[in-house]
Design a protein around this ligand. Structure first.
Ligand code: ADP
Ligand code: MG
Length: 318
Protein backbone atom coordinates (compact mmCIF):
# COMPACT_ATOMS: atom_id res chain seq x y z
CA UNK A 1 0.00 0.00 0.00
CA UNK A 2 1.48 3.36 -0.97
CA UNK A 3 1.47 6.06 1.69
CA UNK A 4 -1.69 8.13 1.93
CA UNK A 5 -1.74 11.91 2.09
CA UNK A 6 -1.86 12.13 5.88
CA UNK A 7 0.73 9.39 6.50
CA UNK A 8 2.98 11.18 4.07
CA UNK A 9 2.60 14.50 5.90
CA UNK A 10 3.07 12.78 9.25
CA UNK A 11 6.17 10.89 8.16
CA UNK A 12 8.03 13.64 6.32
CA UNK A 13 6.69 17.03 7.26
CA UNK A 14 5.38 16.90 10.83
CA UNK A 15 7.55 18.52 13.43
CA UNK A 16 6.67 19.41 17.00
CA UNK A 17 6.14 23.16 17.34
CA UNK A 18 8.89 24.94 19.21
CA UNK A 19 8.46 28.67 18.89
CA UNK A 20 5.05 28.56 17.23
CA UNK A 21 2.08 28.53 19.59
CA UNK A 22 0.60 25.84 17.35
CA UNK A 23 2.36 24.06 14.50
CA UNK A 24 0.96 21.77 11.79
CA UNK A 25 -2.00 19.46 12.26
CA UNK A 26 -4.86 21.88 12.82
CA UNK A 27 -6.64 24.13 10.35
CA UNK A 28 -4.25 26.98 11.06
CA UNK A 29 -0.88 27.32 12.70
CA UNK A 30 -0.60 30.03 15.33
CA UNK A 31 2.41 32.30 15.57
CA UNK A 32 2.87 34.79 18.40
CA UNK A 33 4.16 38.12 17.12
CA UNK A 34 6.29 39.90 19.70
CA UNK A 35 5.35 43.49 20.59
CA UNK A 36 7.37 46.03 18.61
CA UNK A 37 7.93 43.55 15.79
CA UNK A 38 6.43 43.34 12.33
CA UNK A 39 5.74 40.10 10.53
CA UNK A 40 7.65 39.81 7.23
CA UNK A 41 5.93 37.46 4.77
CA UNK A 42 7.12 36.15 1.43
CA UNK A 43 6.16 33.35 -1.00
CA UNK A 44 8.12 31.64 -3.76
CA UNK A 45 7.09 28.85 -6.07
CA UNK A 46 9.38 26.37 -7.81
CA UNK A 47 8.30 24.33 -10.83
CA UNK A 48 10.22 21.54 -12.47
CA UNK A 49 11.65 22.58 -15.84
CA UNK A 50 11.16 26.24 -15.04
CA UNK A 51 13.04 26.73 -11.76
CA UNK A 52 14.96 23.52 -11.44
CA UNK A 53 16.22 20.72 -13.64
CA UNK A 54 14.82 17.22 -13.29
CA UNK A 55 18.40 16.08 -12.63
CA UNK A 56 18.68 17.89 -9.28
CA UNK A 57 19.08 15.67 -6.21
CA UNK A 58 15.94 15.78 -3.99
CA UNK A 59 17.95 16.87 -0.96
CA UNK A 60 19.31 19.84 -2.89
CA UNK A 61 15.87 20.71 -4.17
CA UNK A 62 14.56 20.76 -0.59
CA UNK A 63 17.38 23.09 0.39
CA UNK A 64 16.87 25.43 -2.54
CA UNK A 65 13.09 25.65 -2.13
CA UNK A 66 13.54 27.11 1.34
CA UNK A 67 16.76 29.00 0.53
CA UNK A 68 15.08 31.20 -2.09
CA UNK A 69 12.42 32.15 0.46
CA UNK A 70 14.92 32.82 3.25
CA UNK A 71 16.76 35.02 0.77
CA UNK A 72 13.71 37.28 0.60
CA UNK A 73 13.69 37.61 4.39
CA UNK A 74 17.43 38.35 4.24
CA UNK A 75 16.82 41.15 1.74
CA UNK A 76 14.40 42.75 4.21
CA UNK A 77 16.64 42.27 7.23
CA UNK A 78 14.05 39.96 8.81
CA UNK A 79 14.81 37.08 11.17
CA UNK A 80 13.24 33.79 10.03
CA UNK A 81 10.52 32.32 12.27
CA UNK A 82 8.43 29.78 10.38
CA UNK A 83 7.32 28.55 6.98
CA UNK A 84 4.56 26.60 5.27
CA UNK A 85 5.03 24.13 2.44
CA UNK A 86 2.56 23.51 -0.37
CA UNK A 87 3.59 20.53 -2.39
CA UNK A 88 2.19 18.94 -5.55
CA UNK A 89 3.61 15.48 -6.24
CA UNK A 90 2.99 13.27 -9.28
CA UNK A 91 3.18 10.17 -7.02
CA UNK A 92 4.37 9.15 -3.59
CA UNK A 93 8.07 8.52 -4.09
CA UNK A 94 9.65 7.90 -0.71
CA UNK A 95 13.20 8.21 -2.01
CA UNK A 96 12.33 11.66 -3.30
CA UNK A 97 10.38 12.64 -0.17
CA UNK A 98 13.09 11.46 2.20
CA UNK A 99 15.80 13.43 0.42
CA UNK A 100 13.64 16.48 -0.12
CA UNK A 101 12.58 16.65 3.54
CA UNK A 102 16.17 16.14 4.71
CA UNK A 103 17.54 19.03 2.65
CA UNK A 104 14.60 21.27 3.49
CA UNK A 105 14.59 20.64 7.24
CA UNK A 106 18.39 20.80 7.59
CA UNK A 107 18.40 24.36 6.23
CA UNK A 108 15.33 25.19 8.32
CA UNK A 109 17.10 23.93 11.43
CA UNK A 110 20.19 26.03 10.72
CA UNK A 111 18.06 29.15 10.53
CA UNK A 112 15.78 28.16 13.39
CA UNK A 113 12.83 28.47 11.02
CA UNK A 114 10.08 25.93 11.75
CA UNK A 115 7.71 24.17 9.39
CA UNK A 116 4.21 24.95 10.72
CA UNK A 117 1.91 23.60 8.03
CA UNK A 118 1.20 23.32 4.36
CA UNK A 119 -0.85 21.58 1.76
CA UNK A 120 -0.23 18.38 -0.16
CA UNK A 121 -1.84 17.37 -3.40
CA UNK A 122 -1.27 15.19 -6.45
CA UNK A 123 -0.08 16.97 -9.59
CA UNK A 124 2.99 17.92 -11.62
CA UNK A 125 5.90 18.48 -9.23
CA UNK A 126 5.56 21.96 -7.73
CA UNK A 127 6.81 23.42 -4.49
CA UNK A 128 5.46 26.58 -2.95
CA UNK A 129 6.83 27.89 0.31
CA UNK A 130 5.61 30.86 2.34
CA UNK A 131 8.03 32.13 4.90
CA UNK A 132 7.40 34.30 7.96
CA UNK A 133 9.99 36.40 9.70
CA UNK A 134 10.15 39.24 12.15
CA UNK A 135 11.72 42.65 11.99
CA UNK A 136 11.54 45.51 14.50
CA UNK A 137 8.88 48.12 13.60
CA UNK A 138 10.05 50.34 10.77
CA UNK A 139 13.46 48.68 10.42
CA UNK A 140 12.84 46.45 7.40
CA UNK A 141 15.27 47.05 4.54
CA UNK A 142 13.24 48.13 1.53
CA UNK A 143 13.82 48.63 -2.18
CA UNK A 144 12.71 52.23 -1.86
CA UNK A 145 15.39 53.74 0.39
CA UNK A 146 18.34 54.37 -1.96
CA UNK A 147 19.50 58.01 -2.17
CA UNK A 148 21.82 59.82 -4.59
CA UNK A 149 25.38 59.60 -3.31
CA UNK A 150 24.93 56.19 -1.65
CA UNK A 151 27.49 53.52 -2.41
CA UNK A 152 26.23 50.35 -4.06
CA UNK A 153 27.35 46.94 -2.83
CA UNK A 154 26.87 43.26 -3.59
CA UNK A 155 27.58 40.27 -1.37
CA UNK A 156 29.56 37.19 -2.41
CA UNK A 157 30.21 36.78 -6.10
CA UNK A 158 27.78 36.68 -8.97
CA UNK A 159 27.19 34.59 -12.07
CA UNK A 160 28.09 31.05 -11.04
CA UNK A 161 24.53 29.74 -11.10
CA UNK A 162 24.13 30.98 -14.68
CA UNK A 163 27.52 29.54 -15.63
CA UNK A 164 26.35 26.20 -14.27
CA UNK A 165 23.20 26.40 -16.36
CA UNK A 166 25.30 27.14 -19.46
CA UNK A 167 27.43 24.08 -18.63
CA UNK A 168 24.30 21.92 -18.24
CA UNK A 169 23.14 23.19 -21.63
CA UNK A 170 26.46 22.10 -23.14
CA UNK A 171 27.42 25.65 -24.09
CA UNK A 172 30.56 25.85 -21.93
CA UNK A 173 33.11 23.31 -20.86
CA UNK A 174 34.29 23.35 -17.25
CA UNK A 175 36.75 21.07 -15.54
CA UNK A 176 35.38 18.80 -12.81
CA UNK A 177 36.26 21.02 -9.88
CA UNK A 178 34.92 24.21 -11.44
CA UNK A 179 31.75 22.40 -12.48
CA UNK A 180 31.18 21.17 -8.91
CA UNK A 181 31.59 24.69 -7.52
CA UNK A 182 29.24 26.40 -9.93
CA UNK A 183 26.74 23.57 -9.71
CA UNK A 184 26.66 24.06 -5.94
CA UNK A 185 26.01 27.77 -6.47
CA UNK A 186 22.98 26.90 -8.58
CA UNK A 187 21.65 24.00 -6.53
CA UNK A 188 22.46 24.88 -2.91
CA UNK A 189 22.59 28.67 -2.62
CA UNK A 190 23.23 30.05 0.86
CA UNK A 191 20.67 32.72 1.81
CA UNK A 192 22.38 35.81 3.27
CA UNK A 193 20.22 35.97 6.36
CA UNK A 194 23.01 36.99 8.76
CA UNK A 195 24.10 39.77 6.42
CA UNK A 196 20.55 41.09 6.09
CA UNK A 197 20.22 41.24 9.88
CA UNK A 198 23.60 42.96 10.25
CA UNK A 199 22.61 45.55 7.62
CA UNK A 200 19.58 46.81 9.56
CA UNK A 201 20.17 50.47 10.31
CA UNK A 202 23.17 50.44 7.94
CA UNK A 203 21.86 49.81 4.40
CA UNK A 204 19.49 52.38 2.91
CA UNK A 205 17.93 49.83 0.51
CA UNK A 206 18.35 46.17 -0.37
CA UNK A 207 17.07 43.42 -2.65
CA UNK A 208 18.15 39.84 -3.20
CA UNK A 209 19.38 38.89 -6.64
CA UNK A 210 17.14 36.23 -8.12
CA UNK A 211 16.68 37.49 -11.68
CA UNK A 212 20.12 38.96 -12.34
CA UNK A 213 21.98 41.95 -10.87
CA UNK A 214 20.89 44.53 -13.43
CA UNK A 215 17.23 43.62 -13.32
CA UNK A 216 17.03 43.42 -9.54
CA UNK A 217 19.06 46.59 -9.07
CA UNK A 218 16.58 48.14 -11.52
CA UNK A 219 13.82 47.46 -8.96
CA UNK A 220 15.74 49.43 -6.32
CA UNK A 221 16.28 52.31 -8.74
CA UNK A 222 12.66 52.41 -9.78
CA UNK A 223 11.27 52.16 -6.25
CA UNK A 224 13.73 54.75 -4.97
CA UNK A 225 13.33 57.13 -7.91
CA UNK A 226 17.08 57.28 -8.52
CA UNK A 227 19.70 56.03 -11.00
CA UNK A 228 23.07 54.36 -10.62
CA UNK A 229 26.40 53.76 -12.25
CA UNK A 230 28.08 50.38 -11.94
CA UNK A 231 31.70 49.72 -12.81
CA UNK A 232 31.33 46.30 -14.34
CA UNK A 233 34.84 45.03 -13.67
CA UNK A 234 34.20 45.52 -9.95
CA UNK A 235 31.31 43.05 -9.95
CA UNK A 236 32.85 40.08 -8.10
CA UNK A 237 33.17 36.82 -10.04
CA UNK A 238 34.49 33.40 -9.02
CA UNK A 239 37.77 32.01 -10.30
CA UNK A 240 35.75 29.61 -12.48
CA UNK A 241 33.85 32.45 -14.12
CA UNK A 242 36.96 34.60 -14.54
CA UNK A 243 38.48 32.01 -16.92
CA UNK A 244 35.50 32.39 -19.31
CA UNK A 245 35.32 34.73 -22.34
CA UNK A 246 34.61 38.35 -21.28
CA UNK A 247 31.18 38.46 -22.91
CA UNK A 248 30.07 35.34 -21.01
CA UNK A 249 31.50 36.69 -17.75
CA UNK A 250 29.40 39.80 -18.17
CA UNK A 251 26.27 37.95 -19.15
CA UNK A 252 26.53 35.61 -16.14
CA UNK A 253 27.48 38.19 -13.51
CA UNK A 254 25.22 41.04 -14.67
CA UNK A 255 22.16 39.22 -15.94
CA UNK A 256 22.60 35.64 -14.75
CA UNK A 257 19.98 35.10 -12.11
CA UNK A 258 19.64 32.59 -9.28
CA UNK A 259 22.53 34.22 -7.39
CA UNK A 260 20.66 34.83 -4.11
CA UNK A 261 23.22 37.40 -3.07
CA UNK A 262 22.15 40.81 -1.78
CA UNK A 263 22.59 44.09 -3.63
CA UNK A 264 22.21 47.09 -1.34
CA UNK A 265 23.01 50.76 -0.94
CA UNK A 266 24.45 52.68 2.00
CA UNK A 267 25.62 56.26 2.48
CA UNK A 268 29.43 56.63 2.18
CA UNK A 269 29.75 57.60 5.86
CA UNK A 270 28.52 54.11 6.74
CA UNK A 271 31.27 52.33 4.77
CA UNK A 272 32.92 51.15 8.00
CA UNK A 273 29.56 49.89 9.32
CA UNK A 274 29.01 47.98 6.06
CA UNK A 275 32.45 46.38 6.43
CA UNK A 276 31.65 45.48 10.04
CA UNK A 277 28.31 43.94 9.00
CA UNK A 278 30.09 41.86 6.35
CA UNK A 279 32.64 40.65 8.90
CA UNK A 280 29.95 39.84 11.43
CA UNK A 281 28.04 37.83 8.81
CA UNK A 282 31.18 36.17 7.44
CA UNK A 283 30.30 37.24 3.88
CA UNK A 284 32.40 39.27 1.47
CA UNK A 285 30.86 42.54 0.35
CA UNK A 286 32.10 44.58 -2.63
CA UNK A 287 31.36 48.16 -3.62
CA UNK A 288 30.45 48.12 -7.32
CA UNK A 289 29.22 51.63 -7.95
CA UNK A 290 27.10 54.49 -6.77
CA UNK A 291 23.53 55.69 -6.61
CA UNK A 292 22.93 58.86 -8.61
CA UNK A 293 20.18 61.43 -8.91
CA UNK A 294 19.89 61.01 -12.68
CA UNK A 295 17.56 58.07 -13.33
CA UNK A 296 18.70 55.07 -15.39
CA UNK A 297 21.45 52.53 -14.98
CA UNK A 298 24.88 53.32 -16.44
CA UNK A 299 27.51 50.62 -16.88
CA UNK A 300 31.12 51.78 -16.95
CA UNK A 301 34.47 50.30 -17.92
CA UNK A 302 37.26 50.78 -15.36
CA UNK A 303 38.43 53.70 -17.55
CA UNK A 304 35.08 55.39 -16.91
CA UNK A 305 33.96 54.82 -20.52
CA UNK A 306 30.28 53.89 -20.85
CA UNK A 307 29.42 50.31 -21.86
CA UNK A 308 26.56 49.78 -24.26
CA UNK A 309 24.57 46.78 -23.05
CA UNK A 310 21.53 44.80 -23.93
CA UNK A 311 21.43 42.50 -20.94
CA UNK A 312 17.82 41.95 -20.01
CA UNK A 313 16.76 40.43 -16.73
CA UNK A 314 14.77 37.26 -16.39
CA UNK A 315 11.03 37.68 -16.92
CA UNK A 316 8.71 34.65 -16.97
CA UNK A 317 6.45 36.17 -19.62
CA UNK A 318 9.02 37.61 -22.04
P1 ADP B 1 -7.04 21.48 5.49
O1 ADP B 1 -7.86 20.54 4.69
O2 ADP B 1 -7.66 21.96 6.73
O3 ADP B 1 -6.41 22.55 4.66
P2 ADP B 1 -5.02 19.53 5.18
O4 ADP B 1 -5.76 18.26 5.22
O5 ADP B 1 -4.63 20.09 3.86
O6 ADP B 1 -5.81 20.61 6.04
O7 ADP B 1 -3.69 19.37 6.04
C1 ADP B 1 -3.73 18.78 7.31
C2 ADP B 1 -2.66 19.37 8.15
O8 ADP B 1 -1.39 19.00 7.64
C3 ADP B 1 -2.68 20.88 8.23
O9 ADP B 1 -2.34 21.27 9.53
C4 ADP B 1 -1.61 21.29 7.27
O10 ADP B 1 -1.00 22.51 7.64
C5 ADP B 1 -0.62 20.15 7.37
N1 ADP B 1 0.10 19.92 6.10
C6 ADP B 1 -0.43 19.56 4.91
N2 ADP B 1 0.53 19.43 3.98
C7 ADP B 1 1.69 19.72 4.58
C8 ADP B 1 3.05 19.79 4.15
N3 ADP B 1 3.41 19.54 2.89
N4 ADP B 1 3.97 20.17 5.05
C9 ADP B 1 3.63 20.44 6.33
N5 ADP B 1 2.39 20.39 6.80
C10 ADP B 1 1.42 20.04 5.95
MG1 MG C 1 -5.34 21.78 2.90
Amino acid sequence: MPLGEFELIERYFSRPARRAVLGGGDDCALLAVQPGMQLAVSTDMLLEGRHFLATVAPERLGHKALAVNLSDLAACGARPLAFTLALALPAVDEIFLGGFARGLLALAERHDCELVGGDTTRGPLAICISVFGEVPDGQALLRSGARAGDDLYVSGHLGDARLSLEAFRGRVDLDGQAFTLVRDAMEVPEPRVALGLALRGVASSAIDISDGLLGDLGHILERSGVGASVEIDRVPRSAALRTQPPRLQRLCSLAGGDDYELVFSAPPERAAAVAAAAREAGVAVTCIGRIEGVTGLRLLESSGAPVAHDFGSFDHFR
